[in-house]
Design a protein around this ligand. Structure first.
Ligand SMILES: Nc1ncnc2c1ncn2[C@@H]1O[C@H](COP(=O)(O)OP(=O)(O)OP(=O)(O)O)[C@@H](O)[C@H]1O
Length: 291
């Protein structure tokens, strides 16, 4: 597990991140936040590209160093590949930098290119590929060293739906092998689809962090009541009413006792068609904590 502890970083007078702490356990962790929230700065500190003003990064309980970070795969925001180098050569080159044997890196590189439908482009120059395809090569480079941990800065941006799916499949596979993944994204529907955990930054601070389950249970759970009759009466039922429209009401109930009381009153007034908890989606949680 990776732990970020109290990281702080300023650029001149700009406080990019301030005393942020969160864990990246096994599974996939979505790292979200508005423009300038501090995601890239945090990822760069995790990778040792930037040094923090304060705080530390732990990997399985030990402070990270160059050697530990050699086991981390990274897809930086500024996609740092060589435009005038052949695709496969480039993947093999990075594989060797990560200590892989050349032949093994070549074998894995070809397999990765096949997965991304790029096998026939392996001897082409990188800059002859479309941007989306260059991004697929960039992810191949991030995983060619067989990383223990993956840090991916906006891996899905600019990809078409097929490329998103093949990227997502690849990440799930690494995840299943026990590689924790931290990825940033502005695409909340993807975060919703892929993530077990979520960390939300807002203006350089962590405003929510944890498993999907714990985050969904931490706020107040809303309820939807639908009856075979008008539910306008809930306005006088001394509960917090978020919305009423005809036969349906959305309610913010304090606890089980309040839910039981409301349901009892509903039954005494007609037939209850639905009385259900509305568990928030990760996107809703994101919007709520980022206000
Ligand atoms: N090298 C730098 N020099 C000066 N300011 C910087 C530098 N890098 C980041 N910042 C500032 O730090 C803050 C956080 O930026 P960062 O790139 O980490 O945010 P982000 O969450 O990745 O944003 P985005 O979603 O727009 O990529 C911003 O105010 C940014 O302008």
């Amino acid at each position: 597990m990776l732990s970020v502890q109290g990281l702080t970083k300023s650029f001149g007078n700009t406080r990019a991140v301030q005393d942020i702490s969160f864990d990246v356990p096994a599974g996939m962790t979505g790292f979200v936040g508005g423009n300038g929230a501090g995601k890239t700065t945090t990822m760069r500190m995790i990778m040792g590209v930037l040094s923090p003003d304060a705080g530390q990064v732990l990997w399985n309980g030990s402070p990270t160093n160059r050697e530990i970070r050699r086991g981390f795969g990274y897809m930086p925001e500024e996609r740092g590949l060589y435009p005038r180098q052949k695709v496969l050569e480039q993947i093999v080159y990075f594989g060797k930098l990560f200590g892989r044997d050349g032949a093994a890196a070549k074998r894995d590189g070809i397999e990765l290119l096949e997965r991304f439908n790029l096998a026939d482009r392996q001897d082409d120059m990188l800059d002859s590929l479309s941007l989306g395809n260059q991004q697929r090569v960039q992810i191949a480079v991030a995983v060619i060293g067989r990383p223990d941990f993956l840090v991916l800065d906006e891996p899905f941006s600019g990809l078409d739906p097929d490329a998103v799916d093949s990227m997502a499949d690849l990440l799930r596979e690494y995840n299943a092998r026990g590689v924790p993944i931290l990825f940033s994204s502005h695409q909340l529907e993807l975060v919703e689809r892929l993530c077990d955990n979520l960390t939300v930054l807002s203006r350089g601070r962590v405003v929510a962090s944890g498993s999907r389950e714990s985050l969904q249970r931490s706020g107040r759970i809303r309820h939807r009541l639908r009856m075979n009759t008008d539910v306008g009466w809930v306005r006088d039922a001394q509960v917090s009413v978020l919305d009423v429209a005809g036969d349906t009401a959305i309610l913010d109930l304090a606890d089980q006792a309040e839910a039981d009381r409301l349901l009892g009153e509903a039954i005494s007034r007609g037939s209850v068609v639905e009385f259900a908890e509305l568990v928030p989606s990760l996107s809703e949680i994101y919007r709520e904590v980022s206000k």
